[in-house]
Design a binder for this molecule. Structure first.
Ligand code: ADP
Ligand code: ZN
Length: 199
């Protein structure tokens, strides 16, 4: 961001539910850094190969070349230390090591831009995002549009039955929902109707 001079590192976090434009916002910021002739590297976790192995791809099909890492430690292994701006997509799938690594990169003068889900399919804070939000200089929450009612959506509704924390998928497996329309866990389970009567 323009408020910082080039000798200072910092952390920016972009977080929100699926379909809220995190990847598009990450790509927009990284493109601006490239226009400013900064050296940029972009990383994404290997688990997210929904559309491409070597690109970040938004749901609106906006793309940017990226490097794939098995976990956050891979960022340090693949990092060219001349890089000035480090982008990370799908940070919620990177593991808790990302917290220390983001700090290390920012302490060494780099601009670190991290995008990821802030909550999981049950609406719980999704590690390592809470720590990253606390440590960041700049944070942005993006909202999607609730597919049920059209209001701003902060939740990622899982549409299939699974108790796994990470089930990688896109439309058909997940949809964006607002606080009111969100049904944690498996939709239409009777215990949910019992526990959370609809207004
Ligand atoms: P994220 O990285 O947060 O999953 P993306 O940047 O990949 O989001 O995609 C955002 C794009 O998804 C939007 O610009 C829009 O074209 C599309 N989109 C599809 N469904 C929705 C929705 N329910 N709300 C908002 N945008 C949506
Ligand atoms: Zn809604």
């Amino acid at each position: 961001m323009d408020i910082f001079n080039t000798h200072t590192g910092w952390i920016e976090v972009v977080c929100g539910p699926m379909f809220s434009g995190k990847s598009e916002e990450l790509i927009r910021r990284l493109r601006r850094a490239m226009i400013a002739r900064k050296r940029v590297q972009v990383f994404k976790p290997a688990i997210d190969n929904r559309y491409s192995d070597d690109e970040i791809v938004s749901h609106g099909d906006i793309r940017m070349k990226s490097e794939t890492v098995a976990s956050a430690k891979g960022i340090l292994e693949k990092l060219d230390w001349r890089t000035q701006v480090v982008g990370v997509d799908e940070a919620a799938f990177m593991g808790v090591e990302l917290i220390g690594i983001a700090q290390q990169l920012a302490d060494s003068g780099k601009q670190v831009i991290i995008a990821g889900l802030d909550t999981d399919y049950l609406g719980r804070p999704f590690p390592p995002m809470p720590d990253l939000l606390a440590l960041a200089e700049l944070i942005t929450k993006t909202l999607a549009i609730c597919v049920c009612c059209g209001n701003p959506a902060k939740h990622t509704q899982r549409l299939i039955k699974s108790d796994d924390l990470i089930v990688v998928g896109t439309s058909g497996l997940y949809e964006a929902r607002c606080r009111r329309c969100f049904e944690p866990g498996v939709p239409k389970q009777e215990y949910l109707d019992f526990a959370r009567p609809r207004m």
